[in-house]
Design a protein around this ligand. Structure first.
Ligand code: SF4
Length: 341
């Protein structure tokens, strides 16, 4: 498979050039783009307005999607987790979450994750960045209907794979036709990446996985060397000023660790004035070290933020009988995530 040209990941212009290389007129590339990105076909035979001889040559020289689905798990609520193999044998997970009015697809951006959050069951090893085609390929497989929300919250830190992330966002926007405002990039707080994303002038949403209101506690939960929270907040303000998009903060609530009154008060102080929304994600134990807080502790934390004027939601999980892509944690939030446009 790897010595054939992979088409998902190419722009219409690149597909036009590829069609010409195969001795076809340029417009055949536009037809390819339409079939692959808009109609989502998975075989060349399904591209019925292409001449049979061209379809045969495509079969010889090209593959459509770099991902091959090797496992699918469907929860009773319809939440679907896909496991796919990449051309080099690595695997990647992504999740489809249905809702009555909109769907959400949670995609991975790296194989493994270099951040290593202590409470994450899956982010323990890092292998490589995904290509733009491998990111877009997840959406094409998991898409059930038009215009889903796309959240870059699966395995990996998207902003550490910046160029491929941005190429994927552009492909999803221009080729697949998904509005930038329906996409959310979730970061653990890579300040340089937040700034670069702000400068691109795209209207994508930013979600920051904070999980602690101060550097000391954050350092215990997220061992990767990260810029201080004060720097992250500055970058968030810049992001808001550049895009006018409200920032989402994700906060996994861990019993006795970051769920105390003083943590809620400190978090509220940190976010004061910034147009934002906090998603509280009660921990669903996957790592022995941590426990889920009691319902009263969750409610107390929520109430403190709400009383201080911070918009806040407690996220409840769905599809719990299947494993999520990002240590089960982000999916709990994703299951009910609504990206407002
Ligand atoms: S929670 Fe997300 S950012 Fe943290 S280690 Fe896991 S995959 Fe990486």
């Amino acid at each position: 498979m790897t010595d054939r040209t992979i088409l998902v990941g190419m722009t219409t212009q690149e597909l036009e050039a590829f069609a010409e290389q195969l001795g076809e007129p340029k417009y055949r590339g536009r037809q390819l783009a339409m079939w692959i990105y808009r109609k989502g076909v998975i075989t060349f035979d399904a591209m019925t307005d292409l001449p049979k001889a061209f379809r045969e040559r495509l079969g010889e020289f090209a593959v459509i999607n770099p991902l091959q689905v090797i496992d699918v798990k469907v929860a009773s609520d319809g939440t679907t987790k896909y496991l796919s193999q990449l051309p080099d044998g690595e695997t990647v997970e992504f999740v489809f979450i249905p809702h009555s009015d909109w769907d959400t697809i949670c995609v991975s951006t790296q194989v493994g994750c270099p951040i290593g959050c202590k409470f994450c069951a899956s982010g323990t090893s890092f292998s490589r960045n995904l290509t733009a085609g491998e990111i877009v390929g997840q959406v094409l497989i998991a898409r059930h209907r038009e215009n889903p929300n796309i959240v870059f919250m699966g395995m990996g830190e998207p902003l550490l794979n910046f160029d491929n992330l941005v190429k994927a966002i552009r492909l999803l926007n221009r080729e697949v036709g998904i509005g930038a405002r329906r996409m959310t990039v979730s970061t653990v707080g890579i300040v340089g990446g937040i700034r670069k994303l702000a400068q691109l002038g795209m209207q994508v949403n930013l979600a920051v996985s904070l999980h602690a209101p101060n550097d000391e506690l954050r350092g215990k939960l997220i061992p990767a060397k990260l810029p201080p929270i004060a720097e992250v907040m500055k970058a968030c303000w810049e992001y808001f000023q550049a895009t006018k998009r409200r920032i989402t903060f994700e906060y996994v609530l861990l019993k006795g660790v970051n769920d105390k009154v003083e943590h809620a008060v400190e978090l509220a102080r940190l976010l004061k004035g910034l147009p934002c929304h906090v998603n509280l994600i009660p921990y669903n134990p996957t790592v022995d070290e941590f426990e889920r807080p009691s319902e009263s502790a969750i409610e107390r934390f929520r109430q403190i933020l709400a009383d201080k004027g911070i918009p806040v939601t407690v996220r409840h999980e769905r599809g719990t009988e299947i494993q999520g892509a990002c240590g089960q944690l982000r999916r709990q939030h994703l299951a009910t995530l609504e990206v407002k446009t």
